[in-house]
Design a protein. Structure first.
Length: 211
């Protein structure tokens, strides 16, 4: 694993502005990738490493808002900080609603810009940690047998062993054995932990298993 500094992607069709932003970011310890258009970054999608996108709103060809939509559709999760030369409330509202980290007006002071970048990077880290936690939960869930998964879903919904046994057409003793096994596999010590596990994976929002 490398300890490279965050990579900031600057998308702006103003060459002098790109250069100025790149110098500022590099002087602050960041790596920088520059793009003269939205099409350019779509042709070279940014890697899923720690970073963010500084994105101009008004550009020739695809606009910044259109690029935001395209990247979202492609599943890219880098936080976006918009930069615009014209204060535009409707555009800023649209960008923020679509998940933008911030919407700044040019010229932006060094402190304001770097603070926005830091917030975007903090958001990236938090989202990555959340994905890793969910990935670990899914890995544990995958160790259950199909029947244990059924029992898990029903226990998490508050069903008693007797009710689960009746629904699944088996004995209460068998259900107890399944419960003990699945709790060990999921590394949970109580029903409260088990319910929390199910909630984090969205299992309680799914249809319960049928007999």
């Amino acid at each position: 694993m490398t300890n490279q500094s965050p990579l900031i992607h600057v998308v702006d069709d103003d060459a002098s502005y790109r250069t100025a932003i790149a110098r500022l970011l590099q002087a602050s310890g960041y790596r920088v990738a520059l793009y003269a258009s939205a099409t350019q970054i779509l042709e070279n999608p940014p890697p899923a490493e720690l970073g963010c996108i500084l994105l101009d709103v008004q550009m020739d060809g695809l606009s910044g808002l259109q690029l935001q939509e395209r990247l979202a559709a492609l599943g890219h999760t880098l936080p976006i900080v918009f930069l615009t030369g014209h204060a535009d409330i409707p555009s800023s509202v649209r960008a923020i609603k679509a998940g933008a980290e911030d919407f700044l007006t040019k010229p932006t002071s060094k402190d304001v810009l770097l603070a926005a970048v830091q917030r975007a990077l903090a958001r990236f880290r938090a989202a990555r940690e959340q994905r890793e936690r969910l990935g670990a939960l899914h890995a544990r869930l995958a160790t259950l047998t199909p029947r244990e998964a059924e029992v898990f879903s029903l226990v998490a919904r508050g069903k008693l062993n007797k009710q689960i046994a009746h629904q699944l057409g088996t004995s209460e003793r068998t259900i107890k054995a399944h419960r003990q096994s699945l709790m060990q596999k999921l590394s949970v010590q109580s029903i409260a932990e088990l319910v929390s596990f199910a909630e984090r994976l969205g299992i309680l929002a799914e249809a319960p298993p049928h007999s």
